[in-house]
Design a binder for this molecule. Structure first.
Ligand SMILES: Nc1nc2c(ncn2[C@@H]2O[C@H](COP(=O)(O)OP(=O)(O)O)[C@@H](O)[C@H]2O)c(=O)[nH]1
Ligand SMILES: [Mg+2]
Length: 355
């Protein structure tokens, strides 16, 4: 993941090491000169020798001053590598790599601010760009709340626990609902599914197949029915049958379609879900970020699941959606099997990015 970043970091570290080598060399030469001068002074026994030496080093005080000046200006110019100008130059390259790896501009901007704060004016010898970048990304990512515990705690007060899934077409809502149902069942929660995508052809059959495979009840109505009413029926079914968790599937909708966004607002208003999850695809980068923002504005999402992390070579989408919405990523979808659902762990992501 984060193609090109490792190479770039290596090259910067090399550059900084090379500068350090030059600096070390210069300091060594200075020391040698001083030792030689001391030795010479010791050996100055006679005036003639002194004069001889003076001939050899005609204005030694000035030479010394000159060399100190040289050393100082070298230091100053080396320090310049950490100046605002040099930082902007380095940042330009890093920003490009981040954006190419699906990090949104806003997220890149907060990474820049954090790096700026921690790098400018710092001694290059102690520069650890990779670590600073890691810290900056860590600050953006949010570790998810404990999903199972949250459900358990809520069930102590009221039942059922209702989760609404929203997102565009093909983002992985139905597949992820099946995975979440499987995960909940494995953790001893009873589950039912609401087929509230009453719009897309074969959507009810698709979720029906998952319900059969997982042996969980499916509450459905005819195609074209009001999706909010399917959710409502499922919640009532769960109440009657003492089912812990209701997972509501919805039709895919583009975030810029006003009428469809109004519809998801209505589903949320009527069904009052305890958790509203936005489903985005890891591979779509900026698009997923824009979608997450719009869905958050419409229904105030609780968290995010990013599907298709198994085919994402970049890794920046997680950083972007977290940064833009300020909401946690709960899970990553990592394949097409029911068990391909991973609790999101920011340390794991950072490791994957190669930092
Ligand atoms: N590789 C991979 N494919 C996925 C993942 N999640 C969903 N898919 C596939 O993405 C496609 C669309 O998924 P679907 O659940 O129907 O999306 P929906 O329209 O949002 O309900 C299907 O072919 C799924 O098998 C995932 O985590 N990894
Ligand atoms: Mg679907």
């Amino acid at each position: 993941m984060f193609k090109g970043l490792k190479e770039k970091l290596k090259s910067w570290i090399k550059k900084s090491e090379e500068s350090k080598e030059i600096l070390d060399k210069s300091v060594k030469i200075e020391k040698k000169k001083e030792v030689k001068l001391k030795k010479v002074r010791k050996e100055e026994k006679t005036k003639e020798i002194k004069e001889e030496l003076l001939e050899e080093f005609p204005i030694k005080e000035e030479i010394k001053k000159e060399s100190i000046k040289e050393k100082k200006s070298f230091f100053q110019s080396f320090k310049k590598t950490l100046s605002q100008d040099k930082f902007e130059e380095l940042w330009g390259e890093l920003e490009l790599i981040l954006i190419q790896n699906n990090v949104a501009l806003k997220a890149a901007e907060s990474i820049k601010n954090s790096l700026e704060e921690n790098l400018i004016g710092k001694d290059s010898k102690n520069l650890d760009l990779s670590n600073e970048l890691k810290k900056a990304i860590e600050n953006i990512l949010i570790n998810p709340p404990n999903f199972l515990k949250e459900i358990k705690d809520s069930l102590d007060k009221k039942s059922p626990f209702v989760i609404l899934f929203a997102g565009i077409n093909g983002s992985g809502k139905t597949t992820t609902i099946a995975k979440v149902a499987n995960y909940l069942k494995k953790n001893k929660f009873s589950v039912c599914l609401a087929a509230a995508d009453t719009f897309r052809a074969a959507s009810i059959e698709q979720i029906g197949q998952h319900a059969d495979n997982l042996k969980v009840p499916l509450i459905k109505k005819d195609y074209g029915s009001d999706p909010a009413s399917v959710g409502f029926d499922a919640i009532n079914y769960a109440k009657k049958n003492k089912i812990d968790v209701v997972l509501i599937d919805t039709a895919g909708r583009m975030q810029n379609k006003d009428s469809l966004m109004k519809e998801i607002e209505k589903i949320a208003r009527v069904n009052k879900p305890d958790m509203k999850i936005f489903l985005g695809e890891s591979i779509t980068g900026n698009d997923a970020t824009e979608q997450a923002k719009s869905f958050d504005e419409a229904i105030n999402i609780t968290g995010i699941i990013l599907s298709k992390a198994d085919i994402d070579e970049k890794g920046g989408t997680a950083i972007s959606v977290s940064s833009v919405t300020g909401k946690p990523i709960l899970f990553l979808g990592t394949g097409q099997e029911y068990d391909d659902l991973e609790v999101f762990d920011k340390d794991k992501l950072i490791k994957k990015l190669g930092l």
